[in-house]
Design a binder for this molecule. Structure first.
Ligand code: HEM
Length: 182
């Protein structure tokens, strides 16, 4: 994945747990790079190793690390570094999610060699959406849950977010149900 993803893990760790934790995590993950370049593509194993090492060093379940990372991605990286792009997604949580299938095609204008996720959105009623998440990568379900939770916070919307189908349970993709309060 592009280095900005690993940079964001570094940001999440140093903002919340300090630079010393980051040094330990990097060492445990076997990462020798001094810094990550946002525009360079790193092997996915770097990202997975960093997440796994963060889980061990911080004594947090891996799923919690990935969920926190998803929220951080939207609320810090997205809003602070890509504000215009995030705003182009829509004026409400529901609108953003309805537009989500096209989002990474705009990201591709900046990061052309991205291997993006794919999404399909089903509206079941005025307050309820099903977000289908298709990925060529495994193990990122909780990251996706955290991203949706971050979007809900960004729009100051109370939403119940439930993973109703998951690849871990044998489905071919993950499905999240998002119900907003009336
Ligand atoms: C400014 C906003 C965003 C940028 C710049 C961005 C960029 C990226 C990049 C660079 C990757 C790594 C893929 C690669 O390098 O091959 C990625 C992956 C991913 N993005 Fe985004 N993204 C943004 C917003 C979002 C949002 C709002 C969502 C969903 C709500 C999302 C969902 C994902 C997921 C689930 C992955 C994991 C990739 C996979 O499943 O294969 N992203 N994104």
């Amino acid at each position: 994945m592009y280095g900005l993803v690993n940079q964001a893990i570094q940001g999440l760790v140093t903002d919340n747990f300090g630079a010393e934790s980051w040094v330990k995590i990097k060492e445990k993950a076997g990462v020798t790079d001094e810094t990550f370049l946002s525009n360079k593509i790193y092997d996915d194993s770097v990202t997975y190793n960093l997440a796994g090492a963060a889980s061990q060093v911080l004594s947090m379940p891996l799923g919690d690390v990935l969920h926190a990372f998803g929220k951080y991605w939207v609320l810090k990286v997205g809003q602070q570094k890509y504000g215009t792009l995030m705003k182009s997604g829509g004026d409400s949580l529901m609108e953003f999610l309805v537009n989500l299938p096209n989002f990474h095609s705009r990201v591709m204008l900046i990061y052309s060699d991205i291997r993006p996720p794919e999404f399909k959105i089903e509206k079941t009623d005025d307050r309820t959406l099903l977000v289908h998440y298709f990925s060529t990568r495994a193990g990122l379900t909780d990251f996706m849950g955290g991203l949706i939770a971050g979007l809900a916070e960004m729009y100051q919307t109370t939403a119940d977010i439930t993973c109703v189908n998951s690849r871990a349970d044998g489905h071919d993709h993950d499905v999240f149900q998002v119900v907003t309060q009336a």
